[in-house]
Design a protein around this ligand. Structure first.
Ligand code: 13P
Length: 253
């Protein structure tokens, strides 16, 4: 049903790097695109907020690399020290923003209602929201992964979501940064459940991309990206190595 969706590979750099590594990574990515592009996928990189302006300069006039923020506030502006608004991300040249990453849910106590509000703020500003969901190891071991992720999708889906402004990223918490990944069958089961929820909620739910994230590497990317209803990947650690990230991009079917 979603065979025709163009894959999306997004790199979440998290709280890593410097101005120098940002420049180096994007220089290398530009060279890969020039030498062996165009990529078989859309590519998004999400540097830390302080490096977004530099990243925007480094990717200006480069077709094939888009920018994303790692979080945004629910409000458009105001007294929110340390926070970043969706409009600021747009102003910097971002097209995407990640909301509801499990690290934000855990570190900052963000619940699905907050994630939904952030997604709505992102969409209202003109961004595509990458809405993250995923179960903990305890929830998986208790046989509750499908129910937990389904409930997170229902509660986190922004009002006004459609295939043009929303992406879902399934990231099992226990697979993030651990080198452990679910089996293809386990990923497929969750993605099918997410797809069913999207179809139940949205007219174009068949066209909302569903990414997998959690220890995606060059070695496992092709297998993961060939699972039905996996429309791309949200890559953490491996996105900090330009060669590995490019190799994952090249693994898209
Ligand atoms: P890793 O690829 O390092 O496991 O991180 C995944 C992730 O959290 C991307 O958002």
């Amino acid at each position: 049903m979603t065979e025709s969706l163009r894959p999306l590979i997004a790199g979440n750099w998290k709280m890593n790097g410097s101005r120098a590594t940002t420049r180096d990574l994007l220089t290398a990515l530009r060279a890969s695109l020039r030498d062996s592009g165009p990529a078989p996928c859309d590519i998004v990189v999400c540097p830390p907020a302080p490096h977004l302006a530099l990243a925007a300069m480094e990717t200006e006039a480069v077709s094939g690399i888009q920018l994303g923020g790692q979080d945004c506030h629910t409000a458009t502006s105001g007294a929110h020290t340390g926070d970043v608004s969706a409009a600021m991300l747009v102003d910097l040249g971002c097209a995407y923003v990640i909301v509801g990453h499990s690290e934000r849910r855990a570190d900052h106590g963000e619940d699905s209602a907050t994630v939904k509000a952030k997604g709505q703020a992102a969409i209202a500003a003109g961004l595509t929201a990458i809405v993250c969901v995923g179960e903990t190891l305890g929830e998986r071991d208790a046989g509750r992964a499908v129910d937990v992720v389904g409930a997170q999708v229902e509660a986190s889906l922004p009002g006004g979501a459609n295939a043009g402004n929303t992406v879902i990223a399934y990231e099992p918490v226990w697979a993030i940064g651990t080198g452990r990944t679910p089996t293809g069958a386990e990923i497929g089961e969750i993605h099918a459940c997410v797809r069913a929820r999207l179809l139940g909620r949205l007219e174009d739910g068949d066209r909302v991309p569903i990414l997998y994230g959690g220890s995606v590497k060059p070695e496992n990317a092709a297998a993961i990206l060939s699972v039905p209803d996996v429309n791309g990947a949200l890559v953490g650690g491996a996105s900090l190595d330009a060669g590995d990230f490019w190799s994952i991009c090249q693994s898209c079917p």
